[in-house]
Design a protein around this ligand. Structure first.
Ligand SMILES: [Zn+2]
Length: 135
């Protein structure tokens, strides 16, 4: 039985196939070898599409489908992370307004601070950045 692979995505940085040595490919397929239990085993490989198909026992079409699925999953993961960061930032700012001006509402806090919302939110975001770099 051959090695089991999972497609991690594609790479434009690696343009040489590690299997056959062909160079100047448009891109490579990133394959992660898996052990019998489906856990990552060893380093990821960068193969051309046809070699990826040969190595994993898939058709080239399957390789393409799996690359797309991996890219979609990666995008979704990034979106989720970004949403989590935004949420965290919103919560930090609300807590910051509350702490400094007694209200979590930006507009109300800006009135109390005698400034505009752009200036005050910039201050809160700066405090947020500082809180991230200090721990
Ligand atoms: Zn190759």
């Amino acid at each position: 039985m051959g090695v089991i692979y999972e497609v991690k995505g594609s790479s434009n940085d690696f343009t040489s196939c590690e299997l056959c040595g062909r160079t100047e490919l448009k891109g490579t397929v990133v394959l992660q070898p898996l052990d019998e239990d489906g856990n990552p085993s060893g380093d990821a490989c960068y193969f051309g599409t046809s070699c990826a198909a040969t190595a994993a026992g898939w058709t080239q079409r399957e390789v393409t489908t799996r690359v797309k699925a991996a890219q979609t999953a990666e995008r979704e993961r990034e979106n989720t992370e970004r949403a989590a960061r935004w949420q965290e930032q919103r919560e930090f700012c609300a807590a910051w307004y509350l702490q400094h001006y007694g209200t979590a509402n930006l507009i109300a806090a800006a009135v109390i601070a005698d400034t505009d919302t752009v200036d005050l939110s910039a201050q809160a975001l700066r405090a947020h950045r500082e809180s991230l770099t200090t721990h």
